[in-house]
Design a protein around this ligand. Structure first.
Ligand SMILES: Nc1nc2c(ncn2[C@@H]2O[C@H](COP(=O)(O)OP(=O)(O)OP(=O)(O)O)[C@@H](O)[C@H]2O)c(=O)[nH]1
Ligand SMILES: [Mg+2]
Length: 286
């Protein structure tokens, strides 16, 4: 995919003589969703170096920005049940991402996988997860709509431990009547999981839609405060040239990124590669 990076490269070729060079560059970086703070910092560094060339820009990005982005391989600990709790506001792609992550681990040979339909807020939610489970071959623990999501998690944990599952994927609601209710639910689920699974076997994964831009940052902070996030999966990276918000997020919250979601199918998931990503988003050439 031709990311915004190629546009920034073109910009350097075309605009070196422009009097508004630095202002225009800053605008381009904001367009890439790097956020005003980071865009201004990067532009300032280039201005200070009195440079208007892609090589210097790339060097600055390489030294100052790339080290902020951590790619982490999502792995299971060697023993016992691993639990992944998926969080995020509504519609970002949590349920779809669960199917993708289940498929990813199945492909790497993990056999006993189950999922908990912890989104009891929306009637169709557990059905949606159930369909993924049937297609891909993982067990889904559900309850009726409106049930207490913490009790679904409790039941799913009991079943997963009894079946000696290696992995339990927990879906959560993206929306509640109000935010504090949602966060209360999440904390309850978190507590139940912590009571039965050691810390090193338990990850809290934030799913963000890269198209929502800088709003993601605030969302991430709220979830981070509630349960302490382990890492991020960025969905809907297909069909967008944006994604700079991941850079801002990695910097503000120091969270590793596991995967990029690149479509709606179970195999539309790429292991996050920080270097390739930076090249795609901010013009770093190989
Ligand atoms: N193009 C594209 N679409 C995606 C991707 N991930 C999810 N979707 C679509 O986004 C929509 C919402 O996905 P869901 O998985 O239902 O999102 P959710 O976060 O579980 O939503 P709620 O349960 O309502 O909070 C669906 O139509 C998905 O097919 C992706 O990486 N790329
Ligand atoms: Mg969902």
């Amino acid at each position: 995919m031709a990311g915004l990076g190629s546009k920034i490269r073109d910009f350097f070729t075309r605009s070196a003589l422009s009097t508004d060079f630095y202002e225009d560059l800053e605008d381009k970086l904001i367009e890439a969703d790097l956020g005003p703070k980071l865009a201004s910092e990067l532009t300032q560094l280039l201005r200070k170096a009195k440079a208007k060339d892609l090589q210097t820009f790339t060097k600055i990005v390489d030294e100052r920005i790339s080290p902020l982005i951590t790619a982490e391989k999502l792995t299971l600990t060697p023993d016992g049940l691993n639990v992944l709790l998926f969080l995020g506001v509504n519609g970002v792609g949590k349920t779809t991402t669960i199917a993708k992550v289940a498929h990813y681990f199945q492909q790497s040979g993990v056999k006993h996988i189950s999922a908990a339909a912890g989104d009891t807020f929306r009637a169709a939610a557990s059905e949606q997860l159930g369909i993924h489970g049937e297609r891909l071959g993982f067990r889904v623990v559900k309850s009726h709509s409106g049930a207490d999501s913490a009790s679904v998690v409790h039941d799913a944990l009991t079943a997963a431990l009894a079946h000696q599952d290696r992995l339990l994927l927990v879906d959560t609601a993206g929306r509640m009547h109000n935010k504090s209710e949602l966060l209360h639910e999440l904390r309850k689920m978190d507590k139940i999981i912590r009571q039965r699974v050691p810390e090193e076997n338990y990850r809290r994964i934030l799913v963000i839609d890269v198209n929502t831009g800088q709003n993601c940052l605030r969302q991430a902070e709220v979830f981070h405060e509630a349960v302490g996030l382990s890492g991020v999966i960025a969905s809907k990276y297909d069909g967008t040239a944006k994604g700079g918000v991941l850079v801002a997020m990695a910097r503000d919250l120091q969270l590793p990124i596991y995967f990029l979601g690149t479509g709606e199918r179970p195999d539309d998931l790429s292991v996050f590669d920080a270097k390739a990503f930076m090249r795609d988003v901010i013009a770093m050439d190989t």
